[in-house]
Ligand binder design. Structure first.
Ligand SMILES: NC(=O)c1ccc[n+]([C@@H]2O[C@H](COP(=O)([O-])OP(=O)(O)OC[C@H]3O[C@@H](n4cnc5c(N)ncnc54)[C@H](OP(=O)(O)O)[C@@H]3O)[C@@H](O)[C@H]2O)c1
Length: 328
């Protein structure tokens, strides 16, 4: 089968596109004929060797996928040949990745794809949808009527946070780095959008009102700023920035009965992720959640896709508004 893989950690051009043996599903694995995959910032960290834990080589890159069940292992009970499925959590923790024509994935990491959702949308929502849902609901316990702040409402995580917060009746203030992206955030349902390059975000938050859930998806943290705008009993969700060592204003924090909640998707149990996936599927079926796809490329362009993701995540190029989806 054709696959995008690495034989050593390194820059995007270490990704080869070539033939590897088609996997056979064992135990409770399901063999998925991959129809679409999407790129996440973490894919670039894994490829660069920053999260190297028991990584098999060659490593097929990629965490997210959507496709059709081709065959099932002897202990797989959840899916049957022909079912449409999507999932995340691959290409890490010793598991092979998804950027290939076929992927053998344990059934615990797969969910049914709703009829009215395309494979490209299902692949695009996978990691960012699960992560946003866990942050907003398992961690921050967001409720209707509360105020949410998230940076980058046209990005992978940001666009999910905006739509999910809206779906439960919360108000959302988000930011964007261009007027075109401001329009995208409005179309996604944000209550207020600020162009952070041309407008004063702090003034906008003052107008919007105290923030009950600050969903921090940037890799740098400014807790002075966050705590200034946080409501009494506000929750700060952090899920990015492994190298960040911010100053923490303790007085502002406890005086507001605030909570600081950190988490990583990969630590969530299969059951927790399945619960989030079920809600994501319900919202996607009803048209309340649509992942932002910036562009669709052939799988043979995996190296270029990594380069583009890296330029945006690390280089802040601002040339993406949502997910890069690849098709085998
Ligand atoms: N903990 C976990 O399990 C987990 C899971 C998934 C992702 N993550 C992390 O979450 C982060 C976001 O992922 P993503 O997939 O959403 O990435 P993304 O699609 O590249 O989005 C990043 C967003 O950040 C915005 N941004 C960049 N610099 C900014 C600044 N100075 N001020 C305001 N906004 C700024 C961008 O907005 P503009 O384009 O408008 O500039 C963009 O929308 C990554 O660091 C990723 O590693 C963590």
């Amino acid at each position: 089968m054709k696959a995008a893989y690495i034989e050593r950690f390194g820059s995007p051009d270490t990704i080869c596109f070539g033939s590897l043996p088609k996997p056979k599903p064992t135990g409770s694995q399901v063999l998925v004929r991959v129809k679409a995959v999407s790129v996440n910032p973490v894919d670039t960290y894994i490829r660069a060797g920053k999260l190297a834990v028991g990584t098999p080589m060659p490593l097929i890159v990629g965490c997210d996928l959507a496709g059709v069940v081709e065959a099932v292992g002897p202990e797989a009970t959840r899916f049957a040949k022909g079912d449409r499925v999507w999932g995340s959590n691959q290409g890490i923790s010793g598991r092979q990745g998804t950027f290939a024509e076929f992927a053998a994935v344990d059934q615990q990491w797969l969910y049914p794809t709703p009829e009215n959702v395309s494979d490209q949308e299902a692949a695009a929502v996978a990691m960012v949808g699960l992560t946003s849902h866990l942050g907003l609901f398992r961690e921050a316990q967001l409720k209707a009527g509360e105020n949410v702040f998230v940076h980058g409402g046209s990005g992978g995580i940001g666009s999910c946070v905006v739509q999910m917060a809206k779906a439960v009746g919360a108000r959302v203030l988000t930011t964007a780095g261009s007027d075109e992206k401001v329009k995208i955030c409005r179309r996604l349902g944000a209550t207020m959008v600020v162009n952070y390059k041309t407008q004063d975000v702090d003034v906008a938050i003052e107008k919007f009102g105290p923030i009950h859930v600050w969903f921090e998806n940037l890799r740098e943290h400014d807790f002075e700023r966050v705590l200034r705008h946080l409501a009494l009993r506000g929750r700060i969700v952090v899920m990015a920035g492994r190298e960040s060592h911010p100053v923490f204003p303790m007085g502002l924090f406890y005086w507001k009965d605030a909570q600081l909640l950190g988490y990583a998707l990969l630590n969530a149990s299969a059951e927790e992720q399945r619960k989030s996936a079920a809600e994501i599927n319900r919202w996607m079926s009803k048209g309340k959640l649509r992942p932002r796809i910036d562009r669709v490329l052939p799988l043979s362009e995996a190296a270029a896709a990594h380069q583009l993701q890296e330029e945006n995540t690390l280089g802040k190029a601002g040339t993406l508004a949502g997910k890069i989806v690849l098709v085998p």
